[in-house]
Ligand binder design. Structure first.
Ligand SMILES: [Zn+2]
Ligand SMILES: [Zn+2]
Length: 141
């Protein structure tokens, strides 16, 4: 992994830079992610919010109550509609301000290896998770 990490939306209008290594990389098998990605799960990672910086574009912010009951604010490119990241939240501890970034928006995804898996309660049955990884029926809180 080379720092800073760089990435952006499908059309390139929204770009970001991340100065620190991610805290955790995970897959999410919730039905919201399945619908939003038209896939079996999404891949995302968490970073300290102070390490994240938008370098181009002006995101459109969309709010929705997630399956967990938490209000999630998604940052979308207003031009191409790509979901790039979410607003920072106090998670996993109240004192830590962490941002979740959609891992597929990275320019280089070669180093990605999710080691935690959320919402396996709604995981599609053909998906096999690597042995030894951390799994959560819903998600850690
Ligand atoms: Zn775009
Ligand atoms: Zn999800």
């Amino acid at each position: 992994m080379k720092l800073p990490l760089t990435g952006g939306c499908f059309c390139g209008a929204l770009r970001y830079e991340i100065a620190e290594a991610p805290l955790a990389t995970y897959t999410c098998h919730c039905t919201d992610c399945q619908r939003l990605t038209s896939s079996a799960f999404s891949i995302a990672f968490t970073v300290h919010d102070h390490a994240f910086r938008l370098t181009a574009g002006d995101p459109r912010l969309l709010q929705k109550t997630a399956g967990s009951g938490r209000i999630a604010t998604r940052w979308l490119c207003p031009d191409c509609g790509s979901w790039v990241c979410s607003s920072p939240s106090a998670w996993p501890t109240p004192t830590e301000t962490v941002r979740r970034v959609r891992a597929g928006t990275l320019d280089d995804t070669s180093w990605l290896r999710p080691t935690e898996h959320f919402w396996i309660r709604s995981k599609q049955p053909w998906v096999t998770l690597p042995e030894g990884d951390k799994v959560f029926g819903t998600e850690p809180n």
